[in-house]
Write a protein of this length. Sequence first.
Length: 326
Amino acid sequence: MKALLFSTLLILASTNSYSQGCCSGGSGSPVAGGTSQGVLAERQMELGMNFQYISSKKFLTGDQPSDNFYIKDFNTKYLYYRMAYGVTSKLTLSLETGYFLDKTQVPLSGAYKEVGKGFADLIIFPRYKIYEDNTEETRDEITLGLGMKIPLGKYYDSTWAGNTYIPSAPAVLTTTGSNDFIFYGFAFRGYPEKKARVFMNLMYIRKGWNALGEKFGDYASIGLFAGKTYFKKIGVTLQLKGETIGKLNYMNADDLIKYGIVDVTSFGSKKIAFVPQVSYSYKTFTVFTMTEIPLYQYVNGTGIASQYLFTLGLSYKFMPFKEKED
């Protein structure tokens, strides 16, 4: 049941940088794939891959609809890969990365498109189970994680705008270019006889400064979950998620208009969302899908907000090494 749970929750956190991406510089890859998970069994390996599609034409000023559009459309297509290994029964280490097939922003004039693609970040993410208590009726677990995100892709580029090159909007770049630290907590209670579980996760990403003297806003989220397995193979999980993204900072105040398209006062947001998911497991394979439905959004200044998000993924768990014989 836990294997199904962790596979289903491969990417719950969505992206840490989507909201207000077109105008205020929200570039970067999804946060460690969401990593809403505990630990694997000792010597167990997991390979995971998913595809995420994001699209939005929705603008807000604060929490109110806005007609002050900057663009016609913004969308991304992202492939995420994860390899995890259970070093011990309490310690799991995962390596994660992603590749943007494209990040596209279309200005109102429609005269050109800003498009980015390529690798995003490498994420090194160890997790350690600090508490476990199993009875006939319940399964309890608490896991903590501390990870690091290392940029692989471009954090500065230019776009041909018909007659000249202009700096690309940070929204279409594949990484923020900074080394970031990920702090993670996961608490789980399962009811084996009822094939049900409730759990929560906490994530905080402390952003660093990049070589351009920029520090993108820190990210924090909390997720509350309830799930149940039907017919031994079908998992349904419902999540209520809250998240916040901090403001953009420049090391040198004179660089505030470096791009000319970055409105620092319109960077940062808050969001509450409902995230339904469904998974299907066959032996050690799990296929899952999810979507995100925003319930409340607030953006600083005026900017693009979340509208459509869809994810389809696959997870495979196996034991690559045999147990040692005495």
